[in-house]
Design a protein around this ligand. Structure first.
Ligand SMILES: [Zn+2]
Length: 70
């Protein structure tokens, strides 16, 4: 639950605040996938895991194992 909540919440950084022009003017009627999806999902997932480490929700060992598994 914390993983999903952290990830979804941290989408406030990418792509909502840091994004390409095509996402800034996203056409919800005719959606086109961004070639920057890897950046949005990767940065968000990295931050979601890192914030759990920083807050003491996970140990360094668990954090490293999770990052290595990705
Ligand atoms: Zn995501």
């Amino acid at each position: 639950m914390a993983d999903v909540a952290s990830h979804e919440f941290l989408h406030i950084i990418t792509p909502l605040n840091i994004h390409s022009e095509e996402i800034g003017y996203f056409d919800f009627q005719n959606p086109k996938m961004s070639k920057h999806l890897w950046l949005y999902e990767g940065a968000t997932e990295y931050n979601a895991k890192y914030i759990q480490l920083r807050s003491g929700m996970v140990t360094m060992k668990d954090y490293v194992e999770e990052i290595v598994s990705k």
